[in-house]
Design a protein around this ligand. Structure first.
Ligand code: SF4
Length: 441
């Protein structure tokens, strides 16, 4: 697992003109995506619009970045932007697939969640989820109050401050988490239904995180403009301490304009702007507070939850074991809570996590495998078919497979081996594959 974007970053450093041009083109894409009027004016009067907005490009240079019908030769700058996007996608995919956790039980569980999400969310949505192993809230609630908050954040109540006692517990909590996650814990982050920059001591907590995991956690904030100098200092600190990227959530077009005024394109080269304003293309996800509104407009329920692992609230000293799923009546905020507990100290936390991670990597003979709740098992010739609301899959193999499909749900694995008419080793192998694919409850 690489911590940086290796093929792009050296080029940034050795050829400043590459970085400057890429940063401008990235800014152009942000403006195009977020600003409906700009998109219209660009269509009508490309060169004056580009000049007024201060972009040093001819239309043909950037047209391949937004016009799907463009058929000319792709410009150098467009190729550079596309290369950056590809690099990020490859990095994210690699992270999702190659992340390994120290605890074998937790690691196998996480991989089953990754497979389950592909079924339940569809491959396109699921591919965007990296499934880091932990997230930490450092406040109770969030001051931003977005109408579309995908995790239904409550109003800001208070913060967990960096007092000597809290910093001591914080270091110990991270050490405990690292025992179960290993180096992959570095991809955890310090927010959930909170905004990291609400907490006045966020930077100090990041410092301890860096001491334990060797890099700063990735940061996403909707408060980049609350104290611009703080944000600017933070971005430098974060880059120096190895965070691969940070993100600003942009809630209005006015905010986007101000962000573009306050920060140079180069300052934001490694900062993704997530444009959530109403003029933006493909703005919000149907989950949490946005679920009912967007579903009524025809959107598929999805999720913004992205960890499969431990969700901490440090002010409450609470922890949950969670994983993403499509938002809905049962899981409105787009994640399943499998376990929850509070802890008084690091020792107690270690015991809790140890019991949660004591999950079987392989099915045991006394286990009673059941299909996941969202799956229906239907008999078909030579086997069975599993169907969920989003997709289905057939498992074929003759009378033994037909019998297996009919039986799963009540017998133990041992009983299945005795009743399915084939060599027991084949039944064990088939059921293990089904288990690893995240198809069992
Ligand atoms: S989306 Fe983020 S910034 Fe907005 S209310 Fe929710 S947690 Fe706060």
């Amino acid at each position: 697992m690489s911590k940086t974007l290796p093929d792009i970053e050296p080029a940034f450093r050795t050829t400043p003109s590459y970085a400057a041009q890429l940063a401008q083109a990235k800014r152009f894409c942000e403006r195009w995506r977020a600003d409906q009027l700009f998109r219209q004016e660009l269509e009508d009067q490309p060169e004056p619009t580009m000049q007024r907005a201060g972009f040093p490009f001819q239309r043909e240079e950037v047209q391949p970045l937004y016009d799907v019908k463009f058929r000319g030769e792709t410009s150098l700058v467009a190729r550079r932007v596309q290369a950056l996007h590809q690099e990020k996608r490859a990095w994210r995919d690699d992270l999702r697939k190659s992340m390994r956790l120290t605890s074998p039980g937790l690691d196998a569980w996480r991989r089953r969640q990754v497979h389950r999400c592909t079924w339940q969310l569809g491959p396109r949505n699921a591919e965007a989820i990296v499934h880091p192993p932990a997230a930490f809230e450092l406040s109770r609630g969030c001051s931003v109050g977005c109408w579309f908050c995908g995790v239904s954040a409550a109003k800001l109540k208070d913060h967990w401050l960096a007092t000597p006692e809290n910093l001591q517990l914080w270091g110990e909590v991270l050490e405990v988490v690292a025992e179960f996650t290993g180096p992959a814990g570095a991809y955890s982050f310090l927010y959930w239904a909170t905004d990291p920059l609400d907490n006045p001591d966020y930077e100090q907590f990041c410092g301890t995180f860096h001491r334990v995991f060797g890099q700063f956690p990735q940061t996403t904030t909707a408060l980049a403009l609350r104290d611009v100098e703080r944000t600017r200092r933070f971005l430098k600190l974060s880059e120096q301490h190895g965070s691969p990227l940070d993100r600003f959530s942009v809630l209005t077009l006015k905010q986007l304009h101000r962000i573009h005024q306050e920060f140079t394109p180069e300052e934001l080269l490694r900062v993704e702007l997530v444009t959530q304003n109403k003029e933006s293309i493909g703005a919000q996800s149907a989950a949490g507070k946005a679920l009912s509104k967007l579903e009524s407009e025809g959107a598929h329920a999805t999720t913004i939850a992205c960890i499969s692992g431990f969700l901490f609230n440090m002010p409450d000293q609470s922890v949950r074991l969670i994983s993403p799923c499509p938002a809905g009546e049962r899981y409105p905020d787009g994640y399943i809570t499998f376990q929850e507990a509070t802890f008084a100290d690091a020792r107690q936390l270690r015991e809790i996590l140890r019991s949660w991670c004591d999950l079987p990597v392989r099915l045991r003979r006394e286990d009673r495998p059941r299909w996941r709740e969202d799956l229906v098992c239907l008999p078909v010739e030579d086997g069975f078919r599993l169907e969920s609301p989003r997709q289905g899959m057939e498992f074929l193999g003759g009378p033994a497979m037909e019998e297996l499909g009919r039986l799963v749900g009540d017998p133990t694995l041992e009983e299945l081996c005795l009743r399915v008419p084939q060599d027991p080793s084949l039944t064990i192998l088939t059921m293990q594959r089904i288990y690893e694919a995240g198809l069992l409850a």
